[in-house]
Design a protein around this ligand. Structure first.
Ligand code: IMP
Length: 183
């Protein structure tokens, strides 16, 4: 789905598909460099990180393994509940593995803090985080994110894997959802 298809639902277009693709490529090059010679395990967080994972993994020039976790998210609302529940866990042992957690967006950072701690408890060799988007609020929090696609305003955004009530995930760019759509 293109930005023009839902332009009237958005108050602002933040990034086009081309801009996101270019930034993901840059990050992939950094990851190739940083993990050279290491056995990289990407862990994607369903459902939001599907697009980021697909694009990032294909932009890498080296091998990587991909695994997925599913956690509870906002449901149909637009505010973080702070309650994180694992709906689908990993089906492999990550002891001594180099883990890169692939996230769609960091808002309050609550989800990320929980996940990073949960993964660290499994004794991997390392855990780092890549997020396609990070909201302004999250920067104030002590969450260590090694790779960030774009720092964005704190508004509710949709597209590139991010939904509102199950819709807009397949929008290829990122935009701010008009409050009229969800109020
Ligand atoms: P956090 O725990 O507040 O950092 O929220 C993280 C999760 O909430 C993300 O992985 C998304 O699934 C969802 N989320 C946060 N902000 C947005 C948004 O603006 N649009 C759609 N989903 C969002």
């Amino acid at each position: 789905m293109e930005i023009e298809d839902v332009r009237s639902d958005l108050t602002e277009v933040l990034y086009t598909a081309d801009q996101i693709e270019e930034r993901i490529r840059q990050i992939a090059a950094e990851i190739d460099h940083d993990y050279a010679g290491l056995d990289l395990l990407l862990i994607g967080v369903l459902n939001g990180a599907v697009m980021t994972m697909a694009d990032l993994s294909r932009a890498l020039r080296s091998h990587c393994e991909m695994q997925w976790m599913a956690i509870s998210s906002y449901g149909s609302g637009t505010a973080s509940s702070g309650v994180v529940r694992i709906l689908k866990d990993l089906n492999i042992d990550i002891t001594d593995r180099h883990v890169l957690l692939v996230e769609d967006i960091i808002d309050t950072g609550l989800t990320l803090s929980y996940l990073v701690q949960n993964l660290k408890n499994r004794h991997p060799a390392s855990v780092e985080v890549m997020a396609a988007f990070r909201k302004a609020e999250a920067i104030k929090r002590p969450v260590d994110v090694r790779y960030v696609g774009f720092d964005i305003p704190s508004d509710f955004v949709v597209g590139y894997g991010l939904d509102y009530d199950g819709r807009y995930r397949n929008l290829n760019g990122l935009g701010i959802l008009a409050p009229a759509v969800y109020s």
